[in-house]
Ligand binder design. Structure first.
Ligand code: FAD
Length: 480
């Protein structure tokens, strides 16, 4: 069995460099059979969303090419992971199965089921790390419990990190004598059609490992040196836009870490601030691992008492970027057009949904899940619960973002609004974040008729704030 093949099961690790499971397989005598399975078991209720399907399609194309460059192929199969892997092991006579671990509860359950089935078939399983810098079991408080607060968590992580050396790419992968059959990617129907809403995606994104490395390089060549000041500015290219690449594992956090350390911006500077955001990604995954209900239930149980409103009309206005608050609408339209939204604006639109409209954060989480190319079970859930005040180390509930002053502060000239809400483009910066305060002549000159070309605000900020605080009183009472 020494030269029997090793199956490498690709999941959210769609790269060939710094890939411990693939590298280990390449070092064995036998052939390597790379496979990607379009799983019929979603992560709980979270089957892959529309924008992620678009990304996945292109990322699989890129991975196939990379593997072909190493003398190999990517086999595509669809079904329950256990069934597919059992069948593939039988077809190929594989002796070993390698994969990179995930951190959601369902990923863990699938791993266990796969291991049991493979043990029964005499196939040796090896699960590798590679998705995070730190495994959730490694970082614990002095009392041996998982951290619930980011700052001490990240301090503990940074204390642990000494030798981070990413692996290279295997020189080549031995091909099996006969390749097993593969599905055709196009038959999976991952790309949108009738309608195809992905026009705005392609100019912005290059899914795959090369696109990821290129994004990292252009970020480290420039924007990183002013990351601390520009990261909150949606009107600038101040952040890395690595999130979908990291989500799909086209680049490893170790690669990001090491490349950032090599810039002048590291060592307590802007690079450190950037790495702290990578830290938030780690923290979110740790939370999901230790509190697997994070995507579905409030981390702080007293928030179950919150009196949420059912308001389909308002939810629809929010989803479509028609709330009458320009910064909110710009964010929601950026999301729809590009599959991504700036972090500052994610916080503003989330706060608006939860606190101005009193709509449950799970509705927002679900919309993001379907529309973000970086939709990530851990970071999405942690982000929504952070804004809702119900999460670990969350923003206090009573911090209610004012969508007018947030717009004025972080999009001071209104350029971001002008890009994504073009019907307001002619307004001067003095009123662009609150067009209802503009006089008739200004509106007429800009071609804006409120209620016709652009909506009037669907809620009044002051009243919404009072209602939101009254809702919080119910939570406080429930908490005693
Ligand atoms: P950069 O500022 O360049 O940061 C580098 C990397 O660090 C990011 O690519 C990302 O992997 C990580 N990161 C940065 N900020 C955070 C954060 N607050 N939490 C966790 N990781 C972070 N991020 C996702 O990757 N997927 C999601 O589904 C997601 N949903 C969110 C929902 C809400 C309501 C909020 C408030 C935030 C959410 N985030 C999510 C976090 C954050 O908005 C994005 O990671 C960030 O905007 C991605 O842009 P970037 O790559 O340019 O980030």
């Amino acid at each position: 069995m020494a030269d029997a093949p090793t199956i490498v099961w690709f999941r959210q690790d769609l790269r060939v460099s710094d890939h411990p499971a693939l590298t280990a397989a390449s070092k064995r005598d036998g052939a390597v059979v790379p496979v990607y399975i379009l799983c019929d078991e979603p992560e709980g209720d979270w089957s892959i969303g529309g924008a992620s399907r678009w990304w996945l399609h292109h990322s699989l194309v890129a991975l196939s090419r990379k593997l072909e460059g190493l003398g190999s192929r990517l086999i595509l199969r669809r079904g329950a992971a256990v069934d597919v892997l059992q069948a593939l092991a039988k077809e190929t006579g594989a002796a070993r199965l390698h994969w990179t671990r995930g951190y959601a509860a369902d990923a863990g359950k699938i791993d266990t089921a796969v291991k049991e089935a493979m043990d029964a078939a005499d196939v040796t399983c090896k699960r590798f790390a590679g998705r995070l810098l730190f495994e959730p079991e490694e970082i614990k408080t002095g009392g041996g419990t998982p951290y619930k607060v980011f700052t001490p968590f990240w301090r503990a992580c940074r204390g642990e990190i000494s030798d981070v050396t990413p692996l290279g790419t295997p020189d080549e992968l031995t091909a099996p004598k006969d390749w097993p059959e593969s599905d055709a990617l196009d038959d999976w129907g991952l790309l949108p059609h009738s309608p195809d809403w992905s026009d705005g995606f392609a100019p912005l994104w290059t899914p795959g490992e090369e696109g990821a490395q290129q994004k990292l390089k252009s970020f480290l060549d420039g924007p990183v040196s002013s990351y601390d000041t520009d990261r909150d500015r949606p009107d600038k290219e101040g952040t890395s836009r690595l999130s979908p690449h990291l989500h799909f594992g086209e680049i490893s956090p170790r690669q990001v870490w090491v490349a950032t350390q090599h810039t002048n911006a590291a060592d307590g500077g802007d690079g450190d601030k950037f790495l702290a955001e990578i830290g938030w990604r780690e923290f979110s995954h740790h939370l999901l691992f230790h509190w697997p209900t994070l995507p579905d239930e409030p981390f702080r149980p007293e928030f179950s008492a919150f009196p949420w409103a059912e308001n389909k009309k308002a939810l629809r206005a929010w989803q479509r970027g028609q709330t009458g608050y320009p910064i909110v609408d710009a964010g929601m339209r950026q999301l729809w057009q590009t599959g991504w939204m700036h972090n500052r604006v994610r916080m503003i639109v989330a706060s608006f949904l939860i606190k101005h409209l009193l709509i449950h954060w799970r509705e927002g989480e679900a919309w993001f899940w379907d529309t973000l190319v970086d939709a990530d079970l851990a970071s999405n859930a942690a982000g929504w619960q952070w804004v809702a005040g119900s999460g670990a180390d969350a923003s206090p509930y009573f911090r209610i973002f004012n969508p007018i002053s947030q717009g004025q502060k972080f999009d001071p000239n209104g350029d971001y609004v002008r890009e994504f809400v073009p019907e307001l483009a002619g307004l001067p910066k003095s009123v662009i974040h609150e067009p209802w305060t503009a006089d008739g002549a200004t509106l007429a000159q800009a071609g804006v008729t409120l209620g016709e070309t652009y909506p009037k605000p669907i809620v009044d900020h002051g009243e919404a704030r009072k209602r939101a605080l009254a809702g919080y009183d119910v939570v406080k009472e429930a908490h005693g």
